[in-house]
Design a protein around this ligand. Structure first.
Ligand SMILES: [Zn+2]
Length: 209
């Protein structure tokens, strides 16, 4: 493989239709032919400049230590978890939105859900336990240290927002409800009591995150 110069490397840019990930792979491949030593972060900056305009705008002012970080940023808004689309089941945390809330004159865009969305994370956890939601087997949850004081969305594996605020996941839930796949626990609904957050069981659950 012929050696290339920094100037040539800086001309490697994202082609139309090429995903950011593919571009980063290509950039790294070309970089391996470049013998000039630069700190990793300098190469990453160069790759950032090679990204297409929309992405460049999105990442403006952000600094990445390495290509892993840059690539992770690009893919983080793609859902990590996969939600099943068949096999109906009743979800204990699924509660109909209260009459009162539904009656209020809130624009439908803000409250398109027929379920109580404040339980979104509990629903997510429940469906994971039921294997209705699956994640890649090599996926590692962030450690407690990493989560400290930060929002984390389990559906997206993203630090941009928390699971309860995740409209994308709520939309998926609503769609499964509309299809009759996810069902409200009709009769027992009144009996359902929130899990005691201080019970030893749920503490263990929290230790994991
Ligand atoms: Zn999310």
């Amino acid at each position: 493989m012929p050696e290339i110069s920094i100037a040539e490397l800086s001309r490697v840019v994202q082609k139309p239709g090429e995903s950011a990930n593919d571009f980063i792979c290509e950039f790294k491949k070309v970089r391996s032919r470049c013998r000039v030593f630069l700190p990793e972060s300098e190469y990453v900056k160069m790759a950032q400049r090679g990204l297409d305009f929309e992405l460049r705008k999105k990442f403006q002012g952000m600094e990445f230590r390495d290509f892993y970080e840059l690539a992770a940023k690009e893919v983080e808004e793609i859902a990590l978890a996969e939600v099943a689309n068949s096999g109906s089941r009743t979800v204990p945390f699924l509660k109909r939105k209260s009459e009162e809330l539904s009656k209020k004159n809130i624009p439908p865009v803000q409250t398109p859900y027929t379920f109580d969305a404040s339980k979104t994370e509990e629903i997510f956890d429940h469906l994971v336990k039921e294997k209705f939601i699956t994640s890649p087997s090599d996926h590692k949850l962030p450690t407690r240290e990493e989560l400290k004081g930060r929002d984390y969305c389990k559906y997206h594996n993203s630090f941009n927002h928390n699971t309860n605020a995740c409209w994308a996941f709520k939309n998926v839930l609503q769609e499964r409800i509309n299809k009759g796949i996810l069902k409200f626990p009709e009769k027992k609904e009144a009996m359902i009591v929130d899990e005691d957050p201080f019970s030893p069981d749920s503490q263990c659950e929290h230790e994991r995150y």
